[in-house]
Design a protein around this ligand. Structure first.
Ligand SMILES: NC(=O)c1ccc[n+]([C@@H]2O[C@H](COP(=O)([O-])OP(=O)(O)OC[C@H]3O[C@@H](n4cnc5c(N)ncnc54)[C@H](OP(=O)(O)O)[C@@H]3O)[C@@H](O)[C@H]2O)c1
Length: 204
C-alpha cells in the first residue's frame, strides 16, 4: 500500500491563489493550475461531455483515477469542496478530514463518506489505511495537510503536475520544510504541463 500526494502546482510553488475559500475555490487565479486537465478525454467524459484529448496527460490522470481506496484532506480543502462538489462527490471512497471541529460522518452519493478526524495527522492516515481495502491512500491536500503528512514520515510518493504559470502569491506547498529529500522517479512532459513523480527518501 502506497501513501501518495498528487497536486497541481505553479512554477513558483503555489497550489492555490490568494483569498481562497468556499466562495473562491483555489483562490484568485488558482483554476489556471488545472487548465491542463479540462480538455482531456477522461475529464470531459466525467462531466458527460464527448471527445477530448488523449495522450500522455490523459494517461496520467487515468492512472490516478480509482487508485485510492481512501483519502485524507485538511479542513480548508474540505470547506471549499463542501460548497462546490456535486452531490456525487468525486472520491467514491472514504475521506478522512483532519479538523479541530468534531462532526458526524457525512455520506454522499457514489460511495464517498467524509469522516472528521480530530486527532493527529498520523491518526487520519492510519484510519485511511485501515479503510482503503488494500488499495493506496491519497493525501489530497491542501498545503498544511500535505506538509504535516510529509513530516509524519508516512508519505511514500509525491506527484506534482507543474503548470507553466506563476501565481506570485497564494498558498505555497513547501514553505517550512527545510530538509525534504526526494528521489526522482519519473518525468512526463507535454505541451501543457510537466508531471514530476518522486519517492520520499527522508522527511524533515
Ligand atoms: N493545486 C492542487 O492540486 C490543490 C489540491 C488540494 C487543495 N488545494 C488548495 O489548497 C488550499 C487549502 O490548503 P491549506 O493549506 O490552506 O489548508 P488545508 O491543509 O486544506 O487545511 C488546513 C486545516 O486543516 C485542519 N488541520 C490541519 N492540521 C490539523 C491537525 N493536526 N489537527 C486538527 N486539524 C488540523 C485545520 O482546520 P481547523 O482547525 O479549522 O479544523 C487547518 O486550518 C485550498 O485553497 C485548496 O484549493 C490545491
Amino acid at each position: 500500500m502506497t501513501v501518495f500526494v498528487d497536486l497541481s502546482i505553479s512554477l513558483d510553488g503555489y497550489i492555490g491563489g490568494p483569498d481562497a475559500g468556499p466562495a473562491n475555490p483555489l483562490g484568485d487565479g488558482g483554476t489556471r493550475l488545472h487548465e491542463w486537465v479540462f480538455n482531456l478525454e477522461t475529464w470531459r467524459s466525467s462531466q458527460g461531455l464527448p471527445g477530448g484529448d488523449t495522450g500522455p496527460d490523459n494517461d496520467v490522470v487515468n492512472e490516478i483515477k480509482g487508485r485510492a481506496g481512501a483519502n485524507v484532506m485538511g479542513r480548508r480543502m474540505f470547506d471549499e469542496g463542501e460548497a462546490n462538489w456535486p452531490a456525487e462527490a468525486p472520491f467514491h471512497a472514504p475521506v478522512f478530514v483532519l479538523t479541530h471541529s468534531p462532526r458526524d460522518p457525512w455520506p454522499r452519493l457514489g460511495g464517498t463518506t467524509f469522516h472528521f478526524v480530530t486527532g493527529t495527522v498520523e491518526d487520519a492516515i492510519e484510519q485511511a489505511k485501515a479503510a482503503a481495502g488494500g488499495k493506496d491512500v491519497q493525501v489530497n491536500g491542501g498545503a498544511d495537510m500535505v506538509r504535516q503528512a510529509l513530516r509524519s514520515g508516512l508519505v511514500d510518493e509525491i506527484q506534482l503536475h507543474v503548470a507553466p504559470i506563476t501565481l506570485g502569491k497564494g498558498t505555497r506547498l513547501f514553505d517550512g520544510l527545510e530538509d525534504l529529500r526526494l528521489v526522482p522517479d519519473r518525468v512526463i512532459a507535454s505541451a501543457d504541463v510537466t508531471h514530476l513523480r518522486y519517492r520520499v527518501r527522508s522527511t524533515p
